[in-house]
Design a protein around this ligand. Structure first.
Ligand SMILES: [Zn+2]
Ligand SMILES: [Zn+2]
Length: 572
């Protein structure tokens, strides 16, 4: 048994998530965690809100809501959406509410400082005398120094796309009061990434095996590391430890510095809530522990370079990431997901109309694993109808309804003299099958989903070929053996499905008469002739019911039309 600390990127608590976020860092992590657990591994699955930073203070101020209330609202909305998709964390906390977060983040800062990895430096920044505060980039607007556009933001010009240093803007205004800011000197702390690169990151990145889409990205970044500011002049955030800040007051840790520490502080919270405050240690300090960060591609620099460097710089024996499965971008029907542009799928309406487990399966099947991909309504329909209803659903209903009707609703007996021949036909002649869990462990989620469907198809080929409905009249004992074999295969399909569609798998498992939880069963692997059956003849089936509802063409057309209408209305 190996210990896995699995994290999903902390969602930024200033807006709702869409399927693109969910398929990037949350759903695959959930499937991975469920698979590892069925294989007997020891897993902790950690997540929570990323709740500091300027985008949040601006969002809250715009709505006239106190910061804590604002982030609590979005934390809950985001967590609810993930729960509806069946994503189950061991802890979902938040960087502004986790009781261990401030102390843990300050301790990180202190240890980096003590190790000589932090430099203190004064620089000029814009200060608004009216609001009595230093202005973070996004609190400034004005003229773009590159193209002259007059309504550029302090971090980026929406017209020419240049990154802007607000000090270089020929005309600048405070976004809060509209007055012109002045320049003032302020002191900040910088993380010495070049030193961390030379001591640790360089050699580590070099010998680590990365997903190909991650490898190229970080090697380029590594060549161009510079010291990065890790503090800000703000009130909302983790205060710089007072013993280090000295007379420099009003400084907080920069949001990108404290956010990934959330993985660790939430683990401490999880341990404390179980009444074992030290129980977090093996998850972060046992050298055998495998730390896995599920993220979208925009988070690669922090999870592959900055956070590992921060962990190393503690000199406390923290593990560094074992794998960072980063996904590419996920689009919607030929365009980018956009909440403001209404190019999105409203989740409340979606979950009222459609089966969340079908959405899980479709999202996994279309995941942007190696390149960008998209949600396409016609492909969603095809997945629901042809992949799920016609293979897994059809297999279950036609076999189990027949057993219900003609075998008194009990698992038929397998006659010993039929076993070898039926194993041969099913396992050698009805098509390829394999273990979806193996693909999941190798982070090949799309292939894993495909494998599950291929496995279900094998039994459908077997049923067609053996035609138990005809056999029932000519050789009822052979018919019984064939159906017993089909029931066995369905019990494998139930276990194979459990990480992808936990509720469907449980329903299937219960239809076979089990009163246990399918998620508590070991991962089945692949069947071997003569050694794969486990059902007890004569066991009564549970209630047999349809698993998947089909989606018709009119519904799909209506969804696409509604999407286009919403987007057109938002654009006008
Ligand atoms: Zn510009
Ligand atoms: Zn102002």
């Amino acid at each position: 048994m190996t210990r896995y600390t699995v994290t999903s990127a902390l969602p930024y608590a200033n807006g709702p998530q869409h399927f693109g976020h969910m398929v990037g860092a949350y759903l695959p992590a959930d499937v991975y965690v469920r698979t590892l657990r069925m294989q007997g591994e020891d897993v902790l699955f950690v997540c929570g809100g990323d709740e500091h930073g300027v985008a949040i203070t601006i969002g809250a101020e715009r709505e006239g809501v106190p910061y804590p209330e604002y982030v609590a609202h979005w934390r809950e909305v985001i967590h609810d959406g993930l729960k509806r998709l069946g994503v189950e964390f061991d802890i979902f906390s938040g960087t502004s509410v986790c009781p261990q977060h401030v102390a843990t983040s300050q301790e990180f800062f202190r240890r980096l400082d003590a190790g000589g990895y932090v430099q203190k430096q004064a620089s000029e920044q814009l200060f608004c005398a009216t609001d009595d505060m230093f202005l973070a980039d996004r609190y400034v607007e004005g003229t773009c120094p590159k193209c002259g556009f007059e309504r550029a933001r302090g971090d980026e010009c929406p017209r020419c796309g240049s990154w802007i240093d607000p000090l270089e803007m020929p005309v600048a205004r405070c976004k809060v009061c509209g007055n012109a800011p002045e320049r003032r000197s302020t002191t900040h702390w910088y993380l010495d990434l070049p030193k961390l690169r030379d001591e640790f990151l360089g050699p580590w990145v070099e010998q680590h095996e990365w997903k190909p889409n991650v490898a190229a990205f970080i090697k380029n970044m590594l060549a161009d590391t510079r010291p990065r500011a890790i503090t800000r002049d703000m009130k909302w955030g983790v205060p710089v430890p007072p013993d280090i800040a000295g007379e420099e007051t009003g400084k907080v840790l920069y949001v990108w510095f404290d956010a990934p520490i959330g993985y660790l502080s939430f683990t401490k919270q999880w341990a404390a809530e179980r009444g074992e405050p030290d129980a977090w240690e093996p998850w972060w300090k046992d050298p055998e522990t495998r730390l896995v960060h599920f993220i979208g591609k925009d988070n690669i620099p922090f999870h592959c370079l900055v956070f590992p460097a921060m962990l190393y710089g503690q000199h406390e024996g923290f593990v560094v990431p074992w794998q960072v499965p980063a996904n590419e971008f996920y689009n919607l029907q030929g365009g980018k997901f956009s909440t403001s542009g209404q190019w999105t799928i409203p989740l409340d309406a979606f979950f009222e109309r459609y089966d969340a487990e079908v959405a899980r399966f479709y999202l996994i099947s279309s995941m942007p694993e190696t390149k960008d991909s998209e949600w396409n309504w016609t492909e969603f329909q095809n997945c629901a109808n042809a992949l799920l209803a016609d293979t897994i659903g059809n297999l279950a209903t036609r076999v189990l309804r027949f057993v219900d009707k003609h075998f008194e609703g009990r698992i038929p007996a397998l006659r010993a003299e039929h076993e070898e021949e039926l194993d041969r036909v099913l396992l050698c002649e009805c098509g390829p099958f394999g273990d979806p869990a193996e693909h999941v462990r190798a982070f090949r989620f799309r292939r894993a989903a495909e494998q599950l469907i291929e496995n279900a198809r094998v039994a459908n080929v077997f049923v067609d070929r053996m035609a138990p409905w005809t056999l029932k009249k000519t050789d009822p004992e052979l018919a019984g053996s064939v159906l017993a074999t089909c029931c066995e295969w369905i019990s494998w399909v139930a276990r194979w499905s459990a990480p992808f569609m936990p509720e469907k798998a449980q329903a299937l498992w219960a239809m076979l008469g089990h009163d246990s939880e399918v998620r508590d069963q070991p991962c089945p692997g692949v069947p071997r002739p003569g050694a794969w059956r486990g059902l007890e003849a004569g066991r009564p089936l549970g209630e047999v019911r349809g698993l998947f509802a089909k989606i018709d063409d009119a519904t799909v057309a209506a969804e696409i039309a509604a999407l286009e209408q919403r987007a057109a209305a938002a654009g006008s």
